[in-house]
Design a protein around this ligand. Sequence first.
Ligand code: GLV
Ligand code: MN
Ligand code: MN
Length: 414
Amino acid sequence: MSPLPLPIRCDRVEAELAELATFSDPPFPGVTRVLFSAPDLAARRWLQGRFRAAGLEVRADAVGNLFARWLGEDPGPLAVATGSHIDAVPHSGRYDGTVGVLGALEAFRALRESGFRPKRSLEIVVFSAEEPTRFGVSCLGSRALAGRIGPEELAALRDEAGRSFAELREAAGLGHLPLAELAPPRYAAFVELHIEQGPLLEREGAAIGAVEAIAAPAAYRIRWLGEAGHAGTLLLADRRDALAGAAEGILAVERAARESGSADTVATVGQIAVSPGALNSVAGFASLGLDLRDINPERRERVASAIREAFVEIAGRRRLELSWERIYEDPPAACDPGLVAQILASADRLGLRARRMISRAYHDSLFLARLCPTAMIFIPCRAGKSHCPEEHASPAAIEAGVRVLADCLRALAG
Ligand code: GLV
Ligand code: MN
Ligand code: MN
């Protein structure tokens, strides 16, 4: 016999999402909540209050990850975990990450109110700095838990104002927790609820995406060195124009990704710096930031090599010097097939249309998948928009996601 429907109250989640959105730097109504900024610290305090009000035990670790635990009746060593992040890129929306945190809280409350008592402990994790805004490194909290960034490297990270991670975490009241003692949590499973941040679910009228794989980015900085000069007097034949070379390079990036043979390969140059940057000067220097993603690491490597070869050819032909710096190359992750099946079964039981899909955005689940069986539940967001103030997930979409999450947690912890 299937259990009774859970008393999920979407109005409560909506009100909390709205309140959390007020912890933000201006301009409003966009949300800007950067790691260890005043709004981030205030939001963390507020959230811990919500967790405690729901009867959860709260603790923080040395990088600022927050854990809110519902103690199981016969817990054993492995908890069942869920969660996401609450930091927000500048001028973004109120749903990215937060739905996975406040949705998890509502799932816990509804489970408790329904009379459910977990055997295994259940835990919500709020990961520190999923977004790379402050330190240029994505998924800082989950990356540290998975041992993909060490204590010294962490402590030495500096933001644009020159403030170190060590100094900022101390100011955030985490100084008494040694970074060297950061230990990976022990979970039987991790399930993250998140907005899709893409258009597929909405386009196909599906309520739930069961994520089978998470694409991972490789990021590079490529510097082109030519020779600056006068835009009027330096003849075209004599030029070593760094920006013209970089521009050819950008088109080669797009071509290499298109020719990979898979729509799952994406490559983006979203950053360019030019020097001297004058209207009437030939550019002597150009630097490009390249983001290259795939769910297949070999294919991503092949595309990276094709881009590098094209850049070398362009630089040779244009007599430019080239340097290629790797910022990071994170491996993609496969979700646990058993958990994916669990999500699909829960959706089916609840009468919700679901589909399998991949995540083209990265998430903390990318790193949790290195520690324990992991999967993600996606819900649609309007027109697939995200990282902008127009980001929107409807109450019905959030409720569907919370229902599936709660159903999965009940099965996993029961
Ligand atoms: C995360 O926000 C990403 O860039 O995928
Ligand atoms: Mn994001
Ligand atoms: Mn996110």
